[in-house]
Structure formats: C-alpha cells, structure tokens
Design a protein around this ligand. Structure first.
Ligand code: HAM
Length: 409
C-alpha cells in the first residue's frame, strides 16, 4: 500500500469541516481589520528563506525541503508564509508606491522536523502581514485580532510578549551578550555555538536544559532598549491592558526566525501537549529592505491550524448531543415528536418542561450538550428551530426540514 509520507496527513471530510470553520473565522476577523487575501506559490527560490528566515534558524539550518529542479534552480517548499508575501510585496512594486497594505493568507507550510503530536512536516497556517505602518498601534492591532479569533473559536490562551530592540539598541545588547557567551564558550551546546556566530540572540530560546540554566544570568534585552523601543513596548502593554488582554513578558522570547525587531509575541495553549505554541509573530521593519525592496515597516503573525483543530476536537469530545426544548407548553408535543424523529440518528436530550430560554440553556450546559435547540412561538409559526452551538457559541434559526443536515455537520 502506498501511504502518506512521514509527518504528512490527509484532512478527511470529517475534519475538513473543522478546518473550513477555523479558516472562515480567521478570515471574517481579518477582513474586519482591513486585511485581504493574498496567495503566493508553495515553491520559492531557496535564497529567499536563507536571507529572510535566516541561516541561524533551525528552519533554514535543518528543516528545509530544498532541492534542485529540472532547470537546475535551487528551490524550496515554503517553510513559512512571511518571506513569500514580502517577496510578492516587493515584486509588485507596492514598496515603491508607498501606502499601507494588509494581507492575509492560509495554506500549507513545510518543515522537515521530527514529527510528533502537534508537529507535522506539512502543516497549515493562517497568517497576516501588514506593511507601511510604523506605529506600535498596528502591533497591538494584530495581537487584538488574534485574541478576537481565539475568543470566537472559544480557545483559551496565554500571551507572551517581548521587545527584541531596534537598530539603535541591538548592537549594544549584542555586544554584552557576546561577552557573556565568551565566558561560557565551553559549556553551551553545539547549536548555540553556531547561533553565537550567526545571530547570538537566538541562543536565548535554546531548549537544552544546561543552556537554559546558563542563560538565567544572561543580559536582559528589555533592560537595554533605546528610548523609542522602550516607549513603544510600554504603549503596547498599555493597549493590551486597556483591552483586557492578559499577557506576560517573556524576556527569553526571541522567536525561531531571524527577521524580527521590536515587538515579538507568542500565543500558547495549555490544552495541547508539548507543542503548545498556537500562534506567533512580531515586527520586521528591516526585512523588506533586506530582500531588496524599499525600506518599509512590517508586522504580522501566523497561527498553526492543525494545533487549533486538535484543541477544538478535544472540546467537541467533551460536549456531545443536542438539548431540545420549548419555551411554552403549546410547543411541548411538537418538540417531543421532533425529538423522537431526530433520535433515530442523533443523541437528543428532550426537556418535557416549558421554561425561559436562560433556564433551559443552563440545563443544556450542565448536561454538557454540544447543541442547544429550542422552539418558541415565533419559531413554531415560521417552521424553524433556534439553534446554538455551545462550543463555538454561534447561533441561528434553522428550518425544521434542514435540521438533520445541520446536525450531521
Ligand atoms: P512560527 O512561529 O514559525 O512563525 O509559526 C507560526 C505557528 O505555526 C506556530 O505558532 C505553530 O502553531 C505553527 N507551526 C509551526 N511549525 C509547525 C509544525 N511543524 N507543525 C504544526 N504546526 C506548526 C512563522 O511562521 C512566522 N512566519 C509568523 C509571522 C508572520 N511573523 C510575522 N508574520
């Protein structure tokens, strides 16, 4: 039998509805924030990722699906979306035109990592990239956008933020970090020795226990920020607080890609295993120029769709079945008949009592039902049922004859 490659997965119809639901939710929020769809190729020149994601990153150093094609070109399956979007931005001369451009994208990314739960070799991201805004308000906006997406999907998260300094303050920090690393040259791991040469700040998020212990005493980046970067980092925190977004400052958060400056952030979940990062992003003001374009501000994020699917499947398995009820006694016989019919195919909890919707909702919630179905006077008159998904909280009225189809989804 020919099977999928290791670390690659089919998304079969019973999961594809969830995939589409996640992408649709992200798209709705992104469009509300003024972002539009961009699609870039899966295959790009290898140089693009070497120059943007960076040679010190594990992605470029170890994980690229890189090969020479039949025309002798050195090409690579995209390991992430930002580099391709930046290339398209420059190639379409939008950097020269000036102005503000906001894009979103979703699709496959490829990294030759060791597969495990939540870590695939082909996975899907939903991401956004915004060009042309210098203000930290845009950094705050993309974080608020992600928070809104997770709220709509009913996903709990922890937000970690850091500031990776700017061109003014980075050289000073780099120097003090290099001095520190020289003192520990013989104790750090081989990867950190490589990172020290290529991009020293990347040592800070090394996963080796021994390195982590050493870096406890390393210089702290946010303590050496320029006045400008420090003020922006403070402003970002104020906006998050004003919008009731909890966050923690993680001074070791440097992200696995080389292109960031100033704001860096990561959303993590305690509902999945060790691969707990569900989204990450930050500002990359030098990248456009670095890839040959006219210097332009950039900030964005990407979210791992499979990791979100895992969490939502867990939620779903906790809740199941539908709760069917009536608001007034005239409809009790009707919902009883409807329930008997639906029970041929679905798990239905019928309430024999008419009462207020909030009371019914409470019972449905206590019984851990997934769907709430209710008939009141108006619904009965229109041949409809009020439908609420108790996992994602979406609600609508559905025609009685379309109810079975909806429950199947
Ligand atoms: P990243 O942190 O490398 O950032 O990836 C973003 C998200 O993709 C991660 O938080 C995770 O949910 C998911 N992910 C990464 N690797 C895997 C994997 N092997 N299997 C499953 N899911 C995975 C970026 O890619 C940047 N381009 C984000 C960005 C956009 N920064 C600015 N703009």
């Amino acid at each position: 039998m020919i099977t999928t490659l290791r670390g690659m997965k089919d998304i079969m119809p019973n999961d594809s509805a969830l995939y589409e639901y996640i992408v649709k939710t992200c798209e709705d929020v992104a469009r509300n924030y003024g972002f539009s769809l961009i699609k870039t190729p899966h295959l790009e020149q290898t140089t693009l990722f070497k120059r943007s994601v960076g040679e010190s990153s594990d992605i470029v150093g170890k994980e690229m699906y890189q090969f020479i094609d039949k025309g002798d070109n050195d090409v690579c399956l995209r390991p992430e979306g930002t580099a391709g979007v930046v290339r398209a931005f420059i190639e379409s001369k939008q950097d020269r035109a000036g102005g503000i451009y906001r894009y979103f994208y979703h699709g496959s990314m490829f990294r030759y990592e060791r597969p495990q739960k939540g870590r695939l070799r082909e996975f899907h991201q939903f991401g956004v990239e915004s060009f042309g805004v210098a203000s930290v308000l845009e950094d705050a906006s993309v974080i608020l956008m992600l928070a809104e997406i997770f709220n709509r999907l009913n996903i709990r998260y922890k937000l970690k933020i850091n500031s990776l300094s700017d061109s003014q303050s980075m050289p000073k920090f780099r120097e003090s970090l290099l001095n520190f690393l020289s003192l520990h040259e013989n104790e750090i791991c081989e990867d950190c020795k490589r990172r020290k040469e290529l991009n020293p700040i990347r040592v800070l998020d090394c996963k080796e226990k021994k390195c982590q212990e050493i870096y406890q005493n390393a210089p702290v980046m946010i303590e050496s920020l320029s006045d400008e970067a420090a003020a922006e980092f403070k402003k970002l925190q104020e906006i998050l607080t004003a919008n009731s977004i909890n966050y923690e400052i993680d001074t070791k958060l440097v992200r696995g890609l080389d292109y960031y400056c100033k704001t860096a952030f990561e959303f993590v979940s305690d509902e999945i295993g060790s691969q707990s990062a569900i989204a990450g992003g930050g500002r990359y003001d030098r990248l456009v120029e670095y890839l040959g374009g006219k210097a332009s501000y950039g900030v964005g994020f990407a979210m791992g769709i499979e990791r979100i699917m895992e969490i939502l499947k867990e939620h779903k398995s906790e809740r199941n079945g539908a709760y069917l009820c009536a608001l007034d006694s005239q409809n009790l016989d009707f919902i009883f008949g409807l329930g008997i019919k639906l029970r041929k195919n679905f798990k239905i909890e019928i309430s024999y009592e008419a009462k207020k919707i909030a009371k019914h909702m409470q019972v449905a919630d206590n019984k851990n039902c997934e769907i709430f179905l209710c008939v009141g006077e108006n619904e009965h008159k229109n041949g409809e049922v009020f439908y609420k998904n108790l996992i994602d909280k979406t609600e609508k009225n559905i025609k009685i004859n379309e109810l079975e189809k909806e429950l199947k989804i």
